[in-house]
Design a protein around this ligand. Structure first.
Ligand code: ATP
Ligand code: MG
Length: 366
């Protein structure tokens, strides 16, 4: 799968840009705050309809403009498709080959993307929220039904929290049941995803670090015994029981304490929690291996690797890890879009085919 051309209009600080991409390596370079990450974000949106920066629609439209417009021509298995996205205050409208989409499922899979940004390195030590966000994004990239499930859960959670805040007890039980129902589906998908990803992580970590230490990812449910989650099909009941156990505390605090919105993921090397004991180097190797695992997972699912968006990663990874990443990309024959402030930072060992684009004040100079 390759993005052949990208057209961007009135998106963030980019008034108008059109690029013809290389089918292997593309480098957006330029000073800070010129629009490099914005370009990656536009590609991510064409793939997922979501921003990897948690942006609202309004923030995506260039200041002073009414609509942002994105277009990508994607080639896959000898067929090309045109994907367009119109973004404004009212929402996002997608078209594939000029046809308006009625179902998100028709959009999904036209352009598979994975993003790797400094944010991911920070999530090791960061708050659980950043790890949940990572996990949700990764699952959504391979499973469209996860998004609808997530929306439904958030809706139920908002309603239930409002009731708890107001001290409304009547009808709360029905909402608890709905929360457990939707929440258990999310938890089960997360656990299953991490199980499969964990096996791949183990392989890649060994490759990168050259050590036999076990790299593991474990789902950490709040207020629940994590081992009990092994029993598939019982998650709903487990959540419901936990909600009941926390009833008094929830009423006192006025918020929902049980469910996937409170859960976490634990990264471990052997018996050591990466968050507390991992060296910087170990953390970087771990996250790099995790990203490679995510890419391999998508390749298995779709039969081809996704397009990789690397935001400013070369300054974050040292020479050895950069080389590992480049070798991996080369071996997968993936298309990659990289941003950097300094072209010379990108060590392309042996890679001779690439295109560079200078980004200056929202304009792309070829
Ligand atoms: P860095 O090297 O620091 O990461 P960058 O080139 O990746 O920089 P971007 O994150 O792409 O920079 O952002 C470039 C600029 O876009 C920022 O200065 C930001 O203020 C501006 N910007 C963001 N949203 C909008 C918008 N809706 N309209 C106009 N400009 C915007
Ligand atoms: Mg940037």
């Amino acid at each position: 799968m390759k993005l052949e051309t990208l057209t961007v209009n009135s998106f963030r600080n980019i008034g108008s840009a059109a690029i013809v991409a290389d089918d292997r390596l593309n480098i957006f370079h330029g000073n800070n705050a010129q629009g490099k990450t914005n370009l990656l974000e536009s590609i991510f949106l064409l793939g997922t309809m979501k921003s990897f920066r948690l942006a609202k629609n309004q923030e995506l439209v260039q200041w002073g403009a009414a609509n942002a417009f994105l277009k990508g021509i994607v080639a896959h298995n000898g067929i090309t498709q045109e994907i367009t996205l119109l973004i404004n205050n009212e929402g996002k409208k997608a078209r594939v080959d000029q046809k308006a989409l009625t179902r998100l499922a028709d959009f999904f899979g036209c352009l598979n993307v994975v993003v790797f940004s400094p944010e991911e390195l920070q999530m090791v030590r960061g708050m659980p929220e950043s790890r949940r966000r990572y996990l949700d994004r990764a699952i959504f990239s391979s499973d469209i039904s996860y998004l609808a499930l997530h929306h439904e859960y958030c809706k139920i959670l908002r309603h239930r929290n409002a009731m708890l805040r107001k001290g409304e007890r009547q009808g709360l039980e029905v909402w608890s049941e709905q929360l457990a129902e939707a929440g258990s589906k999310i938890v089960e998908k997360r656990v299953a995803y991490l199980e499969e990803l964990g096996e791949l992580l183990q392989l890649y970590y060994r490759d990168i670090a050259g050590l036999d230490e076990a790299a593991t990812v474990t789902y950490l449910p709040q207020k629940l015994n994590r081992d009990s989650l092994q029993l598939r099909g019982e998650t709903r009941e487990l959540l419901l029981a936990a909600i009941q156990r926390c009833g008094m505390e929830e009423e006192r605090l006025g918020t929902t304490l049980v469910g996937p919105h409170r859960d976490d993921i634990e990264f471990k090397l052997g018996s050591k929690a990466l968050k507390h004991y991992g060296s910087q180097g170990e953390q970087r190797s771990f996250i790099l291996a995790l990203k490679m695992a995510e890419i391999e997972y998508m390749q298995r699912r779709f039969g081809h690797p996704p397009i990789l968006l690397l935001d400013d990663m070369t300054s974050e990874l040292d020479q050895g890890r950069n080389r590992n990443l480049m070798e991996f990309i080369d071996q997968k024959a993936m298309q990659v879009f990289i941003t950097t402030t300094h072209l010379e930072n990108i060590r392309m060992q042996g890679i001779t085919r690439y295109k560079t684009f200078l980004v200056e004040d929202g304009t792309v100079i070829h």
